[in-house]
Every structure is written in C-alpha cells, then in structure tokens.
Design a protein around this ligand. Structure first.
Ligand SMILES: NC(=O)c1ccc[n+]([C@@H]2O[C@H](COP(=O)([O-])OP(=O)(O)OC[C@H]3O[C@@H](n4cnc5c(N)ncnc54)[C@H](OP(=O)(O)O)[C@@H]3O)[C@@H](O)[C@H]2O)c1
Length: 351
C-alpha cells in the first residue's frame, strides 16, 4: 500500500506538492491511523510560506508534510499499545510529548506539521499517547478542528484555573475576529455561561456570531475604537478575559478595555513589544497599570484536551466547519484560509 500526502518546501503555497510514499509500519507503542479529515490553521499557511519562525524549532530549508489537526481511524496496532484498538476514532494532539503542565522547548520540537511531518496525508503513524478519542457526537470534519483552535481557546479561558475547575460563568469574554480560535472560544465561553463580545471586519460574520450566541458584536472596520464600545457594553467593567488573536494592532486596545485583574491571553503574534520612537507606555508598564496578568499561550497539554472533550460531550457542542475541500484541492483550501473569508474552520476531507 502506498500513502498519498502533500509536502511543502516552505517556499510559498505553490511549493505544496503531492507525493506517494510507502505505507509506514507502526513500531512498538505506535498505531497506524487512516486519516479522514484535516483542519487548517493560520499556522499551516505560515509554515508553507516559510514564515513560521518564532519558535525556532526547525531549520527553514526543509521539506515537511504540513498540518497538525486530524481525525481518523486506527487501522493497525503494534505490540505494547494498550489504549487503542483497530477501528477507534481518534484526534491528533499538536505536540504529542506535551502531556501535562507547561510546554517545554523539547516538547515543542515534536510539534506536527513543523518541525515533525504532519497530517496532510492519507495515513500516519502516531505514538499511542499522541492521540485522544474523537467525541462520538462530532463528525470527522468537526472533530478534526479541535487540536489547535479549540484547545487554544479552552486554555485561554481555563488554563489559569486548576485542572478540572473550568469557569467562565458571569465573566465577560472578548474575542477578536471570527477565525478558528475566536469561534471555538465563542462556543466554549457561551456554554460556560460567560457574556461574549466579538469583533469582526464583517457585519455578515457578526450576524453569524450572534446566531451562535454572541451577546455583543462590534465591526472593527467601521468602529476602529472598538475598545470604547467594550467598556460601554460592560458598564465600564471591561472584559475579564481577552483572547488576543490580533497581536500588534490590537494589543494596546485590549489594554484599554481589560477589567482590573483581567486576563489578556496573548495568542496571536505580538510583535514590537517595545513601542517605536514615541512617548507611549510600553507593554510592561501597561500591564502593571491595571494589574493585568499577561500570559502567552502555546496550545495546551493532553490532560486539558481530554478535560475539554468531556465538556464538548456534556454540552453537545459541534465545532463550526465552514467549508470542506477534497484532498485533491489542498491548494484551494490553503488559499481560501489565507483569504480570510472563512467563518470557523476549513477542513480537507480525505475519505
Ligand atoms: N499560541 C497558540 O497556541 C495559537 C493557537 C492557534 C492560533 N494562534 C494564532 O492566533 C491567531 C489566530 O489564529 P486562527 O487560527 O484563529 O486564525 P484564522 O482562522 O485564520 O482567523 C483569522 C481572523 O482574524 C481576524 N482578524 C484579522 N485582522 C483583525 C483585526 N485587526 N482585529 C481583529 N480580528 C482580526 C479575521 O476575522 P474577521 O474576518 O472576522 O475580521 C480573520 O478571519 C494567529 O496569529 C495564529 O497564528 C496561536
């Protein structure tokens, strides 16, 4: 049997090319998975363009199978595997060695889709601990969206609380844009009992967000001072938790609408932490000024993933799959994600 897969030399989207390789054989403690669906992340576009460099985990002159998020079915189980049986439906984890607690550089070096080969392939071998059970109430396409976007959103909302004590009730949660992380955050925050504020460049997307339960929506194009609207909506309280996916252009505004003692989760790429030649306060001072906790997030460990899966199951939440592309249409899928016209997640259907 041969395996069909896509690889990239990190030279841009046109460097994505299909190839066939011999089927891998699982070694002790490993399983072979037939991949059914893959979801795309902003990271996968960056990887393919050679722009994913901020973790310094890989040489940039390499060829890699991109993508990290998949749902599939176990096809072969090697000796020593206790957790899985042939036929089990499974979801990948982003950094398989990151099982609990704070991620380490070593664990990050095991990340799928750079530096390790990822999941844009019909079959892949995984260590048995590098998989979690796919929720039975989700389709393959839905379950394939959980690995990065959902775990990151879950950690942003709950990662500062002890494992098993998820919260959100009565809190104001602010989401920026309507991409994968923000929409997973919207679903998780609403199901937790939070009041949700979301921004977008598109009124149509804001209407979609309202239908998913968003309590207050702001178009950041027509209302560039959206932070003032957040303060008005919250009665001058501010947002208790902000999923900072915007980065350099939004962080300063987030500081202006965070609650006292609030949590800004730096998820997107915050560049230029020191302000350019002007007299504005830098991030350190802004953080101190309102006693804000500023915490970077790099996805989350398996135990929190599984905690999240129990929550998805209990609340019967179905991830939002905006568009599904055929496995032969990978480039179109990447271009669609890059265009930013999606709502929620973009998935590639393999089987
Ligand atoms: N640290 C981590 O573990 C981690 C995990 C996942 C993602 N990330 C990072 O988080 C960011 C978002 O990831 P994603 O997968 O959700 O991306 P995505 O699905 O590609 O979504 C991007 C969305 O951002 C919104 N956006 C663009 N400019 C904006 C602005 N000025 N203000 C507010 N929103 C804006 C747009 O929403 P509208 O079209 O509605 O305007 C766009 O659709 C990326 O930088 C990604 O690399 C980090």
């Amino acid at each position: 049997m041969s395996v069909q897969q896509w690889v990239t030399s990190l030279q841009g989207l046109d460097s994505l090319r299909p190839r066939a390789v011999p089927a891998p054989t699982p070694g002790p403690g490993e399983v072979l998975v037939e991949i059914h669906a893959i979801s795309l992340n902003y990271r996968d576009v960056e990887v393919t363009k050679g722009e994913y460099k901020h973790h310094n985990t890989a040489e940039q002159d390499t060829t890699v199978v991109p993508c990290s998020d998949m749902c599939g079915v176990v096809k072969q189980v090697a000796p020593g595997v206790e957790r899985w049986q042939v036929g089990d439906r499974v979801v990948s984890t982003f950094a398989p060695d990151h099982l609990t607690g704070q991620v380490t550089e070593k664990e990050l070096a095991g990340s799928l889709g750079l530096p390790q080969d990822g999941v844009l392939t019909t079959h892949r071998v995984f260590p048995e601990y590098g998989l979690v059970k796919a929720p039975s109430h989700m389709s393959d396409e839905q379950a394939a969206t959980l690995t990065i976007a959902s775990v990151t959103a879950w950690m942003a909302i709950n990662g500062m609380r002890p494992l098993g004590q998820s919260g959100g009730k009565g809190e104001y949660v602010l989401l920026q844009g309507t991409g994968g992380v923000a929409i997973a955050g919207l679903q998780l925050a609403k199901a937790s009992g939070a009041t949700v504020i979301i921004t977008s460049s598109s009124d149509a997307k804001l209407d979609q967000a309202k239908r998913l339960g968003a309590d207050f929506t702001i178009n950041y194009r027509t209302t560039p001072n959206w932070e003032e609207e957040v303060m008005k909506f919250t009665g001058n309280h501010g947002a208790d938790i902000i999923l900072e996916t915007g980065g350099a252009q939004t962080l300063r505004k987030s500081f202006d609408c965070i609650a006292f003692g609030g949590l800004i989760d730096c998820i997107g790429y915050v560049t230029g932490k020191v302000d350019a030649d002007d007299d504005r306060l830098n991030v350190n001072v802004l953080t101190l000024r309102r006693t804000v906790t500023l915490k970077g997030i790099i996805n989350g460990p398996t135990d929190r993933f599984e905690e999240m899966l129990r929550f998805y199951g209990a609340h019967q939440i179905h991830p939002v799959v905006n568009r599904v592309f055929a496995f032969t249409k990978v480039k179109e899928a990447f271009r669609f994600l890059e265009s930013g016209s999606h709502f929620g997640k973009v998935v590639i259907k393999v089987k």
